[in-house]
Design a protein around this ligand. Structure first.
Ligand SMILES: *Cc1c(COP(=O)(O)O)cnc(C)c1O
Length: 399
């Protein structure tokens, strides 16, 4: 990989830790880009060389081919690496591209993997369906019981995979305690940090080796791209970048350009998300037609104290269980005006999904998922209007 991520002096200063300035200005490099206030979109697949000598031995920092590195993608990677306090970041064509390439940098044939029960569905499918084909075994843990984790460690355990808060169930893991155990046994750790975003949680500073994100959600922020990113030490990222080069799931230049634009507003979007999320969660918890709300920012959340130790804020994706039958819950979702029925989250628009999955009592206990669970993403629309919308439809539920 071209050593294109060498920070310039201004980047280094910003990378010291002002998230707002990193999002707004890291990578601007006006002198390099003719004074353009927005870094340009390098929509090209290759770069040409001035001589055969240069072609054979490119000067560090030279770009060659866009499956390996691209100047626009490079700026996006530097921004996320600085936000996560990592040495490097490697961007992908999707969150799943980043997740699979990062896990495969840590596991190999004959190895063993430990992952949390609540991991994102397709990540779980990768573990259950793909691992047997490459000779890797796996154990799922709740992630909230350190003794259970210790008992799951085998001599050939290579990777512990976390997602905190997890998908749908929003369970949290004590990141510092788990990475301390992993280091004792020389096991690599990977965490999906999509829910909190790098604004509200920085797992690399808590001992995690690799942090992965979907960029399709909060980082992109406008529901107009699918992308992903992994970050960590230069050593880990070299392995991840090698996987990207071979698997070929490189983030495209236009997606990178849009992600840079999305990141300029990431800190203020997340401030708005946190304020709206807390208001909506509190409203739901007090509503007579709601059985239970699962939101990391509410003291009623089973892992609230873990969250308080490692999150500096909360996103606006939450789950709840309305009262009434599944038919009534479906009708509740169908009646909403502002919450659109759709997967994904992290954009400007409010969304809702209704689970048709009927978890067994054991799955309910271990994964924290329940029948007729509803997941909502509170978007950036007027919060009063969103609450009024939820209220009008909840009130119509018949018991
Ligand atoms: C959406 C999502 C992913 C997958 O990202 P894609 O960009 O869709 O591949 C991974 N983790 C979490 C928590 C997600 O919500």
């Amino acid at each position: 990989m071209a050593d294109s991520q060498a920070y310039n002096k201004k980047d280094q200063e910003l990378a010291l830790g002002n998230d707002e300035l990193i999002c707004a200005h890291l990578g601007d490099e006006y002198e390099k880009f003719l004074g353009a206030v927005i870094p340009p979109l390098f929509q090209n697949s290759l770069h040409v060389h001035p001589s055969v000598e240069e072609m054979w031995n490119p000067t560090p920092g030279r770009f060659v081919y866009a499956r390996v590195a691209n100047p626009t993608t490079d700026i996006f990677e530097r921004k996320v690496a600085a936000l996560e306090r990592g040495e490097k970041a490697v961007a992908f064509a999707s969150g799943m591209g980043a997740i699979t390439a990062s896990i495969l940098a840590a596991v190999s044939c004959g190895g063993h993997f430990i992952g949390v029960e609540g991991m994102y569905g397709p990540t779980r499918t990768f573990v259950t369906d793909f691992f047997p084909r490459i000779g890797v075994t796996a154990t799922f843990i709740t992630g909230t019981d350190l003794e259970e984790l210790k008992a799951a460690i085998l001599p050939n355990t290579q990777c512990i995979y976390l997602e905190s808060p997890s998908s749908v169930a929003l369970r949290m893991q004590d990141i510092r305690a788990i990475t301390a155990i992993a280091k004792e046994y020389n096991i690599a750790t990977v965490i999906d940090n999509s829910w909190a975003s790098p604004i509200y949680q920085k797992p690399l500073t808590m001992g995690v080796d690799m942090v992965v994100h979907t960029v399709s959600k909060y980082l992109g922020g406008h529901s107009d791209i699918v992308a992903g990113i992994s970050c960590g030490s230069a050593e880990w990222m070299e392995k991840v970048a090698k996987n990207r080069e071979i698997y070929g799931a490189m983030m495209g230049p236009f997606e990178s350009w849009l992600a840079i634009r999305g990141m300029r507003t990431l800190p203020i979007r997340l401030k708005a998300s946190m304020a709206a999320g807390l208001r909506v969660a509190t409203f739901l918890e007090e509503h007579p037609m709601v059985e239970r709300v699962i939101y990391p920012g509410l003291p009623s959340h089973p892992d609230y104290t873990i969250g308080q130790k490692q999150l500096t804020g909360y996103g606006s994706l939450m789950s709840f269980i309305p009262k009434g039958s599944i038919e009534e819950v479906k009708a509740f979702a169908n009646r909403l005006n502002w919450f659109k029925l759709g997967v994904s989250w992290g954009g400007f628009e409010s969304l809702i999904t209704v689970s048709r999955y009927e978890p067994t009592p054991e799955e309910q206990e271990r994964r924290g998922v329940y029948p007729k669970m509803v997941r909502i993403y509170v978007g950036l629309e007027d919060t009063d209007a969103l609450i009024a919308d939820l209220d009008q439809s909840l009130k119509q539920i018949k018991l």
